[in-house]
Design a protein around this ligand. Structure first.
Ligand SMILES: Cc1cc2nc3c(=O)[nH]c(=O)nc-3n(C[C@H](O)[C@H](O)[C@H](O)COP(=O)(O)O)c2cc1C
Length: 260
């Protein structure tokens, strides 16, 4: 069974054989043409139906994260600055907004009161305004890094003095990365448990990954360059910051959601 139809507008001499099979073939090519047109205009269907994780992250977390890096070593000739500089370089190279909270810049007396309670009689105007600015940076931060040297198997007093100068709420609900060091082989390993207790009690939490640098004076230059042949510490710091960023972005998205 077949029928002969002359499509409207065509010369009567042009006769096309329209069988059910011909219709199917024409319909197939029409749909193919339409899908090609859609792909050109809107991109592949898979992208529309299932955005990649990267796309989703970009949509939720548009603002870059802010990180405060703490260093508690104030000793002349301090080695801690080597590790702090390596971390600062890594963060800046990733275009992360960084504030360096260097205890040596604040010249704080041994804890007497919270930073915001000091008056002009206690500290200079410069010191009090610098402390107020640091408090704002801490409150606005999405994450922290603490560089921890080890004195007599304990955290450095300069770090504790600086951290204690602010209240727990200033640190709460943000991830913290700990990077320890020492001139000996133990790499300040004992500060990790102490730091977890410290920041945990402030309501922040220490991320699982850690960095521990032994014989720091030989391993990292004062400017923060890795002196080891295989750039071992640079890689470890890179991985630490990647993990910290992951937690920081996840928590920042939650905070944003809570405040919306
Ligand atoms: C008072 C004091 C105590 C120290 N205690 C330790 C220690 O317990 N464990 C360790 O590995 N190194 C210890 N060291 C050596 C430090 O690892 C080394 O001096 C390091 O450079 C200290 O950090 P800083 O140079 O940033 O001050 C101690 C050093 C000092 C000055």
């Amino acid at each position: 069974m077949s029928s002969y139809i002359s499509p409207p507008g065509l010369a009567p001499s042009f006769k096309m054989k329209y069988t059910p099979a011909t219709w199917k073939i024409h319909l197939f090519f029409l749909l193919l043409l339409l899908s090609l047109l859609c792909t050109l205009l809107f991109g592949p269907v898979s992208t529309l139906a299932c955005p990649s994780p990267a796309t989703t992250t970009t949509l939720i977390m548009s603002a870059p994260i802010k990180v405060v890096v703490f260093l508690g070593s104030v000793r002349e000739g301090r080695n801690g600055i080597r590790l702090a500089n390596m971390i600062l370089n890594t963060l800046r190279n990733r275009n992360i907004d960084v504030e360096f909270a260097d205890a040596a810049d604040y010249n704080l007396p041994v804890f007497q009161k919270y930073g915001f309670q000091y008056t002009a009689e206690d500290l200079s105007d410069t010191q009090t305004s610098k402390l107020a600015a640091l408090r704002n940076h801490i409150r606005e931060a999405d994450a922290f890094v603490a560089v921890t040297g080890e004195y007599n198997a304990n955290l450095q007093p300069g770090l504790l003095n600086l951290i204690d100068s602010f209240v727990p709420d200033d640190y709460a609900k943000r991830p913290v990365a700990i990077a320890s060091y020492s001139i000996g082989p133990l790499a300040g390993a004992r500060t990790h448990g102490l730091s977890r207790a410290l920041f945990g009690n402030l309501g922040a939490f220490v991320i699982p990954k850690i960095v521990a640098v032994p014989t720091i004076h030989e391993a990292i230059s004062e400017e923060g360059a890795d002196l080891t042949p295989n750039k071992f510490h640079e890689t470890a710091i890179g991985d630490l910051i990647t993990e910290l960023t992951w937690y920081a972005e996840a928590i920042a998205a939650k905070r944003k959601n809570d405040s919306a």
